[in-house]
Design a binder for this molecule. Structure first.
Ligand code: CTP
Length: 410
């Protein structure tokens, strides 16, 4: 039983999917976990606390004011739990958690969490797509929480859409995977590039692309979660800095190139998720270009950062990862890129899937294998990529950077 000995708080908020929490609690216990349930008031209107008391042998925490709690029950639970999973997590619960409220048993316990926090959202697809929900989810992820789902399926009112809670067995699988990952990247330094580059035409115009930077930022926050120290070389994006990362802001490809070339030898892993412009205007006009009858732009090639690191790498980085956006022959083209740029792993996306969404469908291409992954959130994909990175690192001795001399194994 792979959750043997793990202490898990299942937080339940008030949505119709609360009935599935019964199955989740059973599944976690079946895998060996010790479970304590906490419920919001609304949740108790969907499922009776007595059900969980019967299953776990312990009454759920439903009311912080109850007289039978000698101390501060939320502090004790937050300290006790190796993980807290809120399932279902409603729009309202996540909004309150994102803004730091702590006025019920679930929220106060979350606020005191020592271990990992997971949310399994469940709501109507329009509530999930709501701008406020998406902003709150982004804030929670930025603070280190893991979103499990939602998935596409039949919703409470019979409609089909993205908003259904992940199945209890899948949630339990995800928890197992997260526990197994632990801090497998502790002591490793990961350098990540993210976002687009902007190539200036004149003081007000530039050539750019639609990259949001979400993929690179997701890799950065998941690498941090897994214990790595992270340097994030970022083009212009609209995202908060992942907490704990050393963020280097750049604009154009040449600046990104310089920032990476100065730092790659200190990194165990380099992951190039940036959508670097292949070309830049030959000249940046010193003044705003006035309109005329037409305009001819002369473009020149930018340096290929990934290929340069691939060509110059010695001991470091031990693992070099690139991305590829292809319209045809995905795997073959990615493998060609792998060889040409001297990378160990290429994350290949079909160009038709676009750059800007929150999900991604990718094939992980290595010298002797290719794994096609289903569509998943960028954070889930980040972890899949880091799982491969971690496996590739296992083949290399652990090294520490010293300014004085060559790398020495620990
Ligand atoms: N890349 C880079 N520097 C560039 C262009 C790309 O470091 N000037 C990196 C990207 O960060 C990505 C990988 O190279 O990890 C693949 O980029 P892509 O544009 O798909 O590949 P190209 O080699 O430019 O091939 P092509 O344009 O022919 O598809």
């Amino acid at each position: 039983m792979s959750l043997q000995g793990k202490r898990i708080v299942v937080g339940i908020s008030g949505g119709i999917a609360a009935f599935k929490a019964v199955e989740l609690v059973r599944e976690l216990m079946r895998r060996g976990a010790e479970v304590q349930v906490a419920m919001t008031n609304a949740a108790t209107r969907f499922v009776g606390p007595i059900t969980f008391a019967g299953l776990t042998g312990k009454p759920p925490v439903t009311d912080l004011w109850a007289e039978d709690y000698a101390g501060e029950v939320h502090v004790e639970l937050g300290e006790w739990a190796d993980a807290i999973v809120v399932a279902p997590a409603t729009m309202n619960l996540m909004a309150r958690a994102a803004s730091g409220l702590a006025d019920d048993a679930v929220l106060a316990t979350l606020a005191c969490a020592r271990g990992d926090i997971f949310f399994a959202p469940a709501m109507h697809h329009r509530m999930w797509a709501h701008e406020a929900t998406q902003a709150n989810v982004a804030r929670l992820i930025e603070r280190g929480a893991v979103m499990l789902g939602p998935v596409t399926g039949t919703l409470a009112n019979g409609e089909i859409g993205l908003g259904r809670m992940m199945e209890p067995e899948d949630i339990a699988d995800e928890l197992e995977t997260q526990f197994a990952r632990g801090d497998d990247l502790a002591g490793r330094h990961v350098l990540i590039t993210a976002g687009p580059t902007h190539e200036d035409l004149d003081p007000v115009r530039f050539l750019g692309n639609r990259s949001t930077g979400k993929m690179g930022y997701a890799i950065a926050s998941q690498a941090l979660r897994r214990g790595a120290s992270v340097t994030l070389v970022s083009g212009p994006v609209n995202l908060p800095d992942p907490r704990g990362a050393d963020v280097v802001c750049v604009r154009a490809a040449r600046e990104m190139h310089e920032a990476v070339m100065q730092r790659f030898e200190e990194a165990d892993v380099v992951i190039m998720a940036a959508a670097v412009a292949d070309y830049r205007p030959e000249q940046r006009a010193p003044r705003k270009i006035k309109k005329g009858n037409g305009l001819q732009l002369e473009l020149v090639r930018n340096p290929d950062i990934l290929a340069d690191v691939g060509a110059k790498r010695g001991h470091r980085p031990a693992v070099l990862v690139g991305f590829a956006l292809e319209t045809e022959n995905l795997e073959q083209a990615a493998r060609h890129k792998l060889e040409r740029k001297g990378a160990d792993l290429i994350v290949a996306n079909a160009a038709s899937d676009g750059l800007a969404g929150d999900t991604n469908r990718a094939t992980l291409v290595e010298a002797s294998s290719a794994t096609s992954l289903p569509e998943m959130s960028k954070h889930a994909l980040a972890n899949q990529i880091l799982d491969r990175v971690s496996a590739l690192l296992q083949r290399q001795p652990r090294r520490t950077a010293t300014k004085a001399g060559p790398d020495a194994p620990n």
